[in-house]
Design a protein around this ligand. Structure first.
Ligand SMILES: NC(=O)c1ccc[n+]([C@@H]2O[C@H](COP(=O)([O-])OP(=O)(O)OC[C@H]3O[C@@H](n4cnc5c(N)ncnc54)[C@H](O)[C@@H]3O)[C@@H](O)[C@H]2O)c1
Length: 362
């Protein structure tokens, strides 16, 4: 095995609050174990974020953390928030919004692999109802829904490029029978497929009937491409059919690194400090980081295979077991590290253009 010839990638680790530090500890162990097996080096830089950063610096996303994050190759995030900061003038969640804005991440990837299900929800993050002009009066309120061609094109490009490396199919989900933004969405996605991604099979579905299909036959889908609000709802539904919060990882990507890799779940204050949090969503987020953030698909795949093995063997935390023994957070993390060795093959360097490499053909 040869060590990386690219400068050692820097991973900014923002553990955050509640179970964040507990699952981040297992992420760190998995990075170390994978690094050893593949003969690479990865530098993990731990930084305060969210409520933890409010306590230490009075700011959920302090300027020195902002600078370190921007200088990193990838950001690993645990979770933020909790009742402790309920009365705080600035809330931990404000750090999340600041981080996403700072890195201009516009494509949210939520893979679901569970039994026969193997799909990827790609959600647009910067447009639509959440960001339009808002009004609120005594008896009337409004939220503007706005999308530009550019916003649609750039996220759709991620969807199509991902489909190239997967099953070659994209379903674009909209409400084009009613909404103007959806009519534009459908037109732009259709044009992009025709001009750049002829080999990808594109279909369109309306969000209402798609939700029903996702709940009843999720195994039929490959890449699901959709706008912000629909994606928010559908990606949670996809996580539910895929085994629940404890297993759901995510990646938020912009046009260039660093991307943000984090479990879908929050800080789970109800179980924090008890050593029983499920670390799998966080560990699978590390897998996404290797695949998409550092263009080491081989390592990402190895981590996913190790997780599959550990779950198949029944080494799982309380949220995943019914009746059998519930394992501690660290025991599951340790089991994944051990299982890595059964699946790790080869070595290699880090790519100079991680995002290009991560979705390249072949
Ligand atoms: N990205 C983030 O950092 C993020 C996301 C969602 C919520 N939050 C914050 O987290 C706090 C709690 O929110 P919530 O309770 O609505 O959602 P949550 O995801 O923290 O918890 C929901 C339920 O799922 C369980 N759960 C979550 N993750 C788990 C894990 N890894 N292993 C085992 N069980 C797990 C919890 O114990 C809880 O019963 C709030 O302050 C919220 O604002 C943060």
């Amino acid at each position: 095995m040869s060590p990386s010839t690219r400068p050692i990638p820097i991973v900014a680790c923002l553990a955050g609050d509640g179970i964040g530090p507990e699952v981040m500890a297992e992420a760190g162990r998995v990075i170390d174990a994978a690094s050893q097996l593949f003969g690479i080096r990865v530098r993990q830089v731990h930084l305060p974020f969210g409520g933890d950063a409010i306590d230490k610096h009075g700011d959920p996303f302090p300027s020195h953390v902002r600078a370190a994050v921007k200088a990193s190759d990838a950001v690993l995030l645990g979770a933020v928030g909790g009742p402790r900061w309920d009365g705080s003038p600035v809330r931990p969640e404000a750090g999340l919004l600041g981080l996403r804005k700072e890195l201009d991440t516009y494509a949210n990837l939520r893979p679901v692999r569970h039994g026969a299900i193997d799909l990827m929800v790609v959600r647009e993050l910067t447009g639509g109802l959440y960001f339009g002009t808002k009004t609120l009066e005594q008896d009337v309120a409004s939220d503007e829904c706005r999308y530009t061609r550019d916003q649609i094109e750039r996220v759709a490009r991620w969807g199509f490029r991902l489909a190239r490396r997967r099953g070659g199919r994209v379903v674009s989900v909209d409400k084009a029978n009613v909404l103007s933004t959806s009519k534009l969405w459908r037109r732009v996605v259709t044009e992009l497929q025709a001009s750049e991604f002829e080999e990808i099979r594109l279909t369109h579905e309306l969000v209402d009937s798609f939700a029903m299909n996702l709940a009843t036959r999720p195994q039929d889908y490959d890449v699901v491409l959709t706008e912000n609000l629909f994606g928010d709802i559908l990606s949670d539904l996809a996580a539910a059919v895929g085994g629940g919060l404890g297993l759901a990882p995510s990646a938020s990507l912009g046009s260039e690194p660093p991307g943000i890799f984090e479990p879908v779940h929050g800080s789970a204050p109800d179980i924090a400090g008890q050593g029983e949090a499920n670390p799998i969503a966080m560990i699978l987020s590390v897998g996404l980081m290797f695949t998409y953030g550092l263009a080491r698909r081989d390592i990402g795949r190895t981590i996913a295979a190790a997780v599959d093995q550990v779950l198949a063997e029944g080494t799982a935390t309380a949220d995943q077991v019914s009746g059998g023994r519930a394992y501690a957070t660290w025991e599951v993390g340790q089991a994944v590290c051990r299982a890595l060795a059964d699946h790790a093959h080869g070595s290699g360097e880090f790519a100079a253009d991680p995002y290009g490499e991560a979705v390249a053909r072949g």
